[in-house]
Design a protein around this ligand. Sequence first.
Ligand SMILES: N[C@@H](CCC(=O)N[C@@H](CS)C(=O)NCC(=O)O)C(=O)O
Length: 245
Amino acid sequence: MPVLLGLPYSPWTERARFALDHHRIAYRFREHRPLLGELALRRLAHRAGAPKPTVPVFVDDGRLLFDSCAIAAMADRVGHGPSLRADAPETLALAARLEPGLNAGRALVSAAVLADPEAQREAVQPVAPGPLAYLARPVARVGVRFLTRKYDADPETLAAHLATMRATAEGLRAELGGRTHLHGDTLGFADLLAASFLQCVSPVDHPLIPLGPATRRAWRRPEIADEFADLLAYRDALYAARPCA
Ligand SMILES: N[C@@H](CCC(=O)N[C@@H](CS)C(=O)NCC(=O)O)C(=O)O
């Protein structure tokens, strides 16, 4: 069976997963561990000629797909049900427009986790359960610092990141124009791209993306969450209809 290697809480992983589930493609989810899994991820990226060792990675019979948009486009080709138009030029253009907003979101989530010992405890809980999680908090800090370096997320520029997020959300609002879907009348990968960005504005409440209370706080940007409540409602409606594998 194909494997999706990813981070359950990562918006890039989740949008690929949503597309696979939409098309009812069977796969096994394997969790990537930042830092610990870096070497294995680099080896896979090297084998695939991928520009960066990132997740999600879809592994099917030795064939590797290293990008959420590529995974969604593959799902469109081989899956069941209506196409998400993942490789339509307007979808790819939106992905490029949203990426700076997502990167800014990742930088702000990382900064929030670094500032919150409880969020660090929740981050290491799966590998160090119970009281051990308190002792293992430095591991979470090392992991988050590793990711901030890897993605060049400079914590000195938090205000600029917030401005990038606000501008991205404003662009999205204009493009959505109060409708239920971005491009056309049906769900498209464009909507899943939007949802992935909005995850960093305020996280969705869905059983597939379980977040502890402190982690949930770290993912919410109180400075802009209320301002974009309309976009969050649009996102929540997409998730109310999200198929689960
Ligand atoms: N263009 C890629 C970007 C994926 C990406 O940035 N992934 C990050 C998500 S935080 C990642 O792999 N982080 C974990 C790591 O680097 O170990 C996609 O859409 O799949």
